[in-house]
Write a protein that binds this ligand. Sequence first.
Ligand SMILES: [Zn+2]
Length: 381
Amino acid sequence: MPQKLYDFFQTPSIQTPTAGANIAGFIDGKNFKYYESSSAKLPAVVNALQAKAKSNKATIYTNSLEALWIKHYPLIKVKHMDTLKSAEGDGAVEVTPVVQVTKKWPRRLGAMALAAPLTGGGLYAAAAGLSKDLDLPAGSREKGLARALRYYMLAAYSLVDISSEESYEGLKNYVGALLVSDQGKILAAGINTGSYRHAEVSMLLSYFRDNPTATAIPERSIIFSTLTPCRGCTGYLSAARSTDSVIYFGQEDTGKDGKVGARISAQLSAKTKEPHGQSRDALPGSVDVDDVGGDGVVSGGSISSIHKIQVDKGLASCMGEGSIATQIGKAQESRALIRSSSDALIQKMLKSRQGGDDEHAVKEAVLRYIGQWLGTSKSLE
Ligand SMILES: [Zn+2]
């Protein structure tokens, strides 16, 4: 039965959904095609957008305030049901609601299942409390863990040539992101393929797709993004973050959106650190909801922190000076280059190893793991 779009959104179960339940859809001819989701972290609006990804022209309507981080991506129109009016505009359009059962997902990156490299954990502690690398005692496990953080960032960089292959034409920024556990296991990966599918979003969607009952990323996890998260990504990261997770980025986005994202990320942080771990004063914990992605996106007093990390100079210079994120994306060989660099580092370490101290053991385990992960990773439906 056709009804006004406004009236459809007045349905009690849509007006007052149970925890996590949300819907999103778009007008297609005389139909309102919509998706349902039972997870606020993996909102139906993603399915609706993905269904319309080719054109990017549809307006998506949703009952989920928490999904509104998406509205900060260019070309995307997302409207919350409260903006619909009964007698005018799209709210007055007569439609037949049709629930969509076949869900659409962005492509994701996957790799062969591998055992975590750091059985004793410790990567989170290294990331959260990042001591100045140089100050750590040579040969210590802590020193190895501090170096391991850079290797994961390099792994994130090495994803960006996939990004350049799979992106829509005209995409300028190639970005990679990894979600890594305290034990060093890569839990999810993402690349920027355009519009709302930024690397961090692709990474989170991939994680929630693999873990449909999860309501947040795991405690003590570390996010590595090659670029400062933008405001849309920051919105989703803040919606999906755990109490103690850490964000690392490799390169500052000096554009307008990157600056906004950096500011919000800083506000989200209880502690923000400069490169090499020099602490700055704590920043306010409050976040302006208008900046982040809609009412309700940021709530509670969860604490996370954001840090910049510098990749090894030698490797960075191989990728070209200037804007690494752009240059590396144009270099199809960057992935192979990082893999061979990892191999070279392993060989060097094996040669110089004298009885094998804790620092070397950590570096070797992590480099082997990353090498295997990169070697088997591929883009999946
Ligand atoms: Zn983004």
